[in-house]
Design a protein around this ligand. Structure first.
Ligand code: AP5
Length: 213
């Protein structure tokens, strides 16, 4: 990974809400030529554009439930426009999604970033996101220089509608019930690396670099 950019690799970031998938994804794409595919970001775009998919997905997202597999699998299929070189963030989230992905490409590595529910609630209650470039901030650990304004592009920062304590708790339970089985699924395939997510973002990134180099 340190000698130039690679695009012959398919990487999955697996982890509950607030584990730091988006934070690490932006670091990874700076050093690897991977296409960042975040199903959460795509869904939020569909919601803000008011598409049929967005209207249907919104009710699940607002509750902190998963959007049905068939909608997600079809949506991801439409976004796959090269043979390899993907960084999947928030996908797959169920065994069915993982099996569908396995049918179209080989997964080289799965990084499971592990954090507790208490840490997830703490982080997400203080998260702010840039409405223009998607940069992620935290009012406790990673504040913007000027309140409400993105350091990178001067865009306006906003709080996600699903970052309310009761919804965060449901997202975490949903992760434990429906997505945690993926840890065993990918461990059985010999591609899983588990990382303690309750450390500094740079220390976590160093672990990821080591795991994929
Ligand atoms: P999605 O957008 O994927 O949300 P999520 O998985 O709940 O994850 P988050 O984006 O909340 O957290 P993150 O891990 O990216 O953390 P971040 O880096 O921002 O999905 C949203 C919804 O869409 C789902 O609930 C579901 O309804 C639907 N959906 C999406 N994909 C789906 C799928 N495949 N199938 C079905 N439904 C789907 O960091 C969080 C905060 O912590 C930030 O403030 C950050 O600054 C801070 N932070 C990050 N790392 C650290 C650190 N190491 N130390 C301290 N603070 C940190």
């Amino acid at each position: 990974m340190s000698n130039g950019k690679r695009n012959d690799f398919n990487l999955i970031l697996l982890g509950g809400p607030g584990a730091g998938k988006g934070t690490q994804a932006s670091k990874i794409v700076e050093s690897m030529d991977l296409a960042h595919l975040s199903t959460g970001d795509i869904l939020r775009e569909e919601v803000s554009e008011g598409t049929d998919l967005g209207l249907e997905a919104r009710e699940y997202m607002d509750r902190g439930d998963l959007v049905p597999d068939e909608l997600i699998i079809e949506m991801v299929r439409k976004h796959l426009d090269r043979e390899s070189g993907y960084l999947f963030d928030g996908f797959p989230r169920t065994i069915s999604q993982a099996e569908a992905l396995e049918n179209v490409l080989e997964v080289d590595k799965v990084i499971y970033i592990n954090i507790s529910k208490e840490e997830a609630v703490r982080r997400l209650s203080a998260r702010r996101v840039c409405s223009e470039c998607g940069e992620i901030y935290n009012l406790q650990f990673d504040k913007p220089d000027e309140p409400g304004v993105c350091d990178k592009c001067n865009g306006e920062l906003y709080q996600r509608s699903d970052d309310k304590p009761e919804v965060i708790r449901n997202r975490f339970e949903t992760f434990l019930e429906q997505s945690a089985p993926l840890v065993g699924f990918y461990r059985d395939r010999g591609v899983l690396v588990e990382i303690d997510g309750e450390r500094e973002p740079d220390a976590i990134f160093e672990n990821i670099r080591a795991a994929i180099s």
